[in-house]
Write a protein that binds this ligand. Structure first.
Ligand code: HSE
Length: 329
């Protein structure tokens, strides 16, 4: 009986304000993949949840392409076809790492299928090669916060956990924003003043998270490199940031390339619901309808849920529920 590999991958929020293309965090919202490979050609892709109506179910599918990428890297040519079951909870094209999750899910499941020939660092390298930048794929693989660098095609990533518990309150606007479009508006060159602005805040952010110095987050989530240019694509962006802060958040930033906005909220002040309400209401002033997510940090990253015979997998995946927010640091 054929086996099936069931993996779960968290959504991610890249940039974290000043860390454009470098910083990222994993949050407690997940996509699931159950993979079976066959020696006969032929592909069957079943998709439920977010994007089910528009994600390709053929050779163009990003999860499948990532599976194939890993099989090629491992030099395995005997697996010609496959069956994929996707259960998606991460909003598509909204800035919560749906594309990174698809890539990581395909790589991770294929790696497990082959008996784990590659370690996580190698998976990070592959995922970055496919995605083009490491800031979403790194936290999707490792969980927690990640600081990544990429040079001459080689990627390195430092993972860390903040010293205090936070809630990550995310406003998900009802319109998608293609990453390509959101990157086109960001200038290729920046002034020294803007570079210094971001270096100071990005380093202060990492230090404040690791050291537990909460009060610095008030300043450390601001950015001069991408958000000012992307603001025109997201009506009310800075006003929603201000509303989140006013309601008790440390601060807020664009999540990845947007259009999601993410507020960093102290858990011990129990104000996450107030922050969510304030953000949603302020967005509405600009005619943007947004649904709200209240998440924790994911600290596991991509992981295996189960390896089991196919018949059993059929029964189980039909009832996979979105897991509750996982325990944070
Ligand atoms: N760092 C990327 C950006 C994340 O802001 O464009 C989106 O993939």
């Amino acid at each position: 009986m054929a086996k099936a590999i069931h993996v779960r991958v968290p959504g991610t929020s890249a940039n974290c304000g000043p860390g454009f293309d470098c910083l990222g965090l994993a949050c407690s919202i997940y996509n699931d993949l159950t993979l079976t490979l066959t020696e006969e050609p032929g592909l069957s892709i079943d998709i439920r949840g977010d994007g089910a109506r528009i994600i390709p179910r053929d050779e163009r599918n990003v999860v499948w392409r990532s599976v194939r990428y890993l099989l090629d890297k491992a030099g395995h040519t005997e697996w010609q076809g496959g069956r994929l079951e996707l259960v998606n909870h991460i909003p598509l094209s909204r800035g919560l790492g749906s594309s990174a999750a698809a890539i990581v899910a395909g790589l991770k499941a294929a790696n497990v299928w082959l008996g784990n020939p590659f370690n996580r660092h190698e998976l990070l390298q592959f995922a970055t090669d496919i995605e083009g930048h490491p800031d979403n794929v790194a936290p999707a693989i490792y969980g927690g916060f990640t600081s990544s660098i990429s040079q001459d095609g080689h990627v390195e990533c430092l993972t860390f956990l903040p010293r205090y518990r936070m809630r990550y309150v995310v406003a998900v606007p009802d319109f998608p924003l293609p990453t390509k479009k959101a990157r086109e508006v960001v200038p290729q060159e920046v002034t020294r003043a803007d570079a210094v602005y971001n270096i100071g805040r990005a380093s202060m952010l990492v230090g404040a998270l690791c050291k537990g110095s909460e009060r610095y987050l008030r300043y450390a989530l601001d950015d001069a490199l991408h958000q000012p240019y992307r603001a025109k694509l997201i009506p009310g962006m800075y006003e929603v940031f201000a509303a989140a802060k006013q309601a008790g958040a440390y601060g807020a930033s664009l999540s990845g390339a947007g259009p999601c906005l993410i507020a960093f909220v102290p858990e011990n002040r129990h104000c996450a619901d107030d922050v969510a309400y304030a953000m949603q209401k302020r967005f509405a002033d600009f005619n943007v309808r947004a649904r709200m997510l209240n998440m924790r940090l994911d600290t596991r990253g991509a992981h295996v849920i189960n390896e089991r015979p196919q018949a059993d997998a059929d029964a189980k995946t039909a009832t996979v529920d979105q897991p509750q927010a996982n325990a944070d640091a």
